[in-house]
Design a protein around this ligand. Structure first.
Ligand SMILES: [Zn+2]
Length: 253
């Protein structure tokens, strides 16, 4: 469908949200840009300047592990100071009203949790960069702990329990998608009556298949994004503007 003018789009969005019983949001980078988290994939984004380090290279090379950690620490001012934006707060409001059981996200910034969702109610398809885990035994490590040792020794520490490699809890290129999260996302997509694709260009498969799963299961599909997506044609409503501006009216305190 063709995006209506913004005010009319927000009014239609409100009607659909009010009529829905079970809303499942699927969020991408666009919901966090107003919080100062860059969209790594966008033109001029981090990934156009630095080649992402594939999972295989991280495992194979101590130098790559150190480089990966140096990049993560360089981004820390952005991640550690970021606070939820209007989009996150609007979804948290609808969660409190009982409309949203859980949110599916491609983001790794922990901002849905910071807005009031419990960990269990955030389905992270690409993991979380605000803490680290051992790749072998899954023991959790805080970034400050890793950084202290990295700066003292000049390279990344290994797991104190098993000697495995410690990595941010994100899913790297070439790393298997998290099966539990993928399955939960699919179940949520099937069970909702309104699916909100928010701030995602919907190009990263297999994650981008969830809007279609929802649509085929009978849900309405709304796409909220600054730019057009390949799925606009099959959506029931497309609202095209900055996420914060569109969702701000849904914040309740
Ligand atoms: Zn371990």
């Amino acid at each position: 469908m063709i995006a209506p003018p913004i005010e009319s789009g927000i009014a239609q969005l409100r009607n659909l949200v009010e009529a829905a019983d079970v809303i499942v949001p699927f969020t991408g980078a666009g919901i966090s840009t107003e919080c100062g988290i860059p969209d790594f994939r966008s033109p001029g984004g981090l990934w156009t300047k630095y080649q992402p380090i594939p999972f295989k290279a991280f495992i194979a090379s101590a130098d790559m592990r150190s480089e990966s950690w140096r990049r993560r620490f360089a981004m820390d001012p952005q991640f550690s100071t970021a606070r939820p934006g209007c989009g996150h707060l609007a979804l948290a409001s609808l969660h409190r009203l009982g409309k949203i059981p859980a949110v599916i996200t491609q983001n790794i910034d922990n901002l849905h949790q910071a807005s009031g969702f419990a960990d269990d109610n955030v389905v992270e398809l690409h993991g979380n960069t605000t803490y680290a885990t051992c790749l072998d035994c899954a023991r959790r490590y805080e970034l400050a702990w890793v950084r202290e040792r990295f700066e003292a020794a000049g390279n990344a520490p290994d797991c104190v329990a098993c000697g495995g490699h410690i990595k941010t809890a994100t899913i790297s290129f070439g790393q298997a998608m998290p099966e539990d999260a993928m399955q939960r996302a699919e179940e949520l997509s099937r069970a909702c009556d309104l699916f909100l694709a928010i701030g995602s260009s919907l190009v990263v498969w297999p994650a981008a298949g969830f809007p279609l799963v929802a649509k085929r299961s009978g849900a309405r599909l709304i796409i909220i994004n600054r730019d057009p997506t390949d799925f606009d044609d099959v959506a029931d409503l497309v609202v095209r503007a900055d996420i914060g501006r569109i969702l701000k009216p849904f914040i309740t305190h």
